[in-house]
Design a protein around this ligand. Structure first.
Ligand code: FAD
Ligand code: DHB
Length: 389
């Protein structure tokens, strides 16, 4: 088989890139290791920047997102019983949209079905070849048969555990990593959200987040120990712990119910440089991971897709390679700013088990600064709604 762009990974990065390329008449084949049902079953991010929504519109897949997404003009940060509301629209000029990653992925797969793009599921043993030449190709196994795709370019959109990043030799690649000493235990429940906006809560017992998917579906998280096992957390224990970490009046208003999903995610900051090697371009979690505190994982993936789509379009339509040549530098410049914000939000709101008395005072001073200084709130708001592409 031959195509113009071979896309490894059918998560949000790979799917969005494929749809945007197709709009420009550039052909792509998506290779996905899992089944479609598996990809759609993953409960992940929930907050979309306006830039992401605009890209979905450009790709022609925002009809349901525009109808069913919830516009959020602000969020609440709570520190024990004190609260600060960050008004995104007033401080940063635009809101964010609450719409689950599962729905984004579903819309992208539905659009791909309609436009007839090729997606091959359940591929095994994907290997990238001759990436440093102008004739790269990809081999894989499907139903026990070996297959090959020749292409002009390869987009590595296969997440943190994918093969694309590892194809870049150690002599070229440099990884930067910070692992945090805690995780997030998240649950999804068919209950009304406790508040109409998200609440990011910092408390002596640790961090908690009240989020939502719609008026009848809530998503909540509590900071947990890395050694915790999800089976050991009963729903009752989760709700009790959440109540202790959020403002008293919110805890009283909380409607609880059985969880329909429960999982633990470790927290990590990670960046791999460069994001391009020869004819291979890394996008999204394949190149970088953020701790989820700033809601930036999915949004960061979208900005990579934006730069790569623009670069490939100029290459094919105008024979101009400046966009693809500058891809790694441009994408990384925004990635590092997003890393900084996610790291800062994580430090601000979590309880670090190994913190010193000095660290505690610094965290308190940071909170007081945020409460008192409008410019500090403005910085938070501008980063949260998304830096310009
Ligand atoms: P992925 O979504 O990881 O997609 C990569 C795809 O590639 C997958 O479908 C995978 O099956 C496929 N793949 C992997 N290896 C291969 C291979 N060898 N061959 C073919 N296909 C392959 N972000 C937030 O903003 N908020 C959150 O609450 C949040 N929660 C998260 C919880 C978890 C458990 C995880 C892992 C991430 C979470 N994120 C969150 C981050 C966010 O979901 C990611 O940033 C986003 O999914 C990135 O999209 P992606 O397409 O780059 O990668
Ligand atoms: C959600 C996840 C986040 O990491 C975040 O910062 C906000 C919302 C969510 O899953 O709803």
């Amino acid at each position: 088989m031959r195509t113009q762009v071979a896309i490894i990974g059918g998560g949000p990065s790979g799917l969005l890139l494929s749809q945007l390329l197709m709009k420009e008449g550039i052909e792509a084949v998506v290779l996905e290791r899992q089944t479609r049902e598996h990809v759609l079953g993953r409960i992940r991010a929930g907050v979309l920047e306006m830039g992401f929504v605009d890209l979905m519109r450009e790709a022609g897949v925002a009809e349901r997102l525009d109808r069913e997404g919830f516009i959020h003009d602000g969020t609440v940060l709570s520190f024990d019983n004190e609260q600060v509301r960050i008004d995104f629209t007033e401080l940063a000029g635009r809101p964010v949209t609450v719409y689950g990653q599962t729905e984004v992925t579903r819309d992208l797969y539905d659009a791909r079905d309609k436009t007839g793009g090729t997606t091959i599921f359940e591929v095994e043993n994907v290997v990238l070849h001759d990436v440093e030449t102008d004739k790269p190709y990809v081999t894989y196994r499907k139903n026990g048969q070996e297959a090959r795709i020749d292409c002009d370019f390869i987009a590595g959109c296969d997440g943190f555990h994918g093969v694309s990043r590892k194809t870049i030799p150690d002599t070229v690649r440099r990884d930067f990593e910070k692992v945090y000493p805690f995780g997030w235990l998240g649950i999804l429940s068919e209950t009304p959200p406790v508040h109409h906006e998200l609440i990011y809560a910092s408390s002596e017992r640790g961090f908690a987040l009240c989020s939502m998917r719609n008026a009848h579906l809530s998503r909540y998280y509590v900071q947990c120990d890395l050694s915790d096992k999800v089976e050991a957390w009963s729903d009752q224990a989760f709700w009790d712990e959440l109540r202790r970490r959020i403002p008293a009046e919110t805890a009283e208003a909380l409607v609880t119910g059985p969880s329909i999903e429960k999982s633990i995610a470790p927290l990590r900051s990670f960046v791999s440089e460069p994001m391009r090697w020869g004819r291979l371009f890394l996008c999204g979690d394949a190149a970088h991971i953020v701790p989820p505190t700033g809601a930036k994982g999915l949004n960061s993936a979208a900005s990579d897709v934006f730069y790569l789509h623009r670069g490939l379009t100029s290459y094919y339509q105008e024979r101009d390679s400046a966009g693809i040549d500058g891809y790694s530098q441009k994408a990384l410049a925004r990635v590092w700013k997003t890393q900084r914000f996610s790291w800062w939000m994580t430090n601000l709101l979590h309880r670090f088990p190994d913190r010193s008395d000095f660290d505690i005072r610094m965290q308190q001073a940071e909170i007081a600064h945020l409460q008192d200084v409008r410019a500090a709130q403005e910085t938070l708001a501008k980063n949260y709604v998304g830096l310009p592409y």
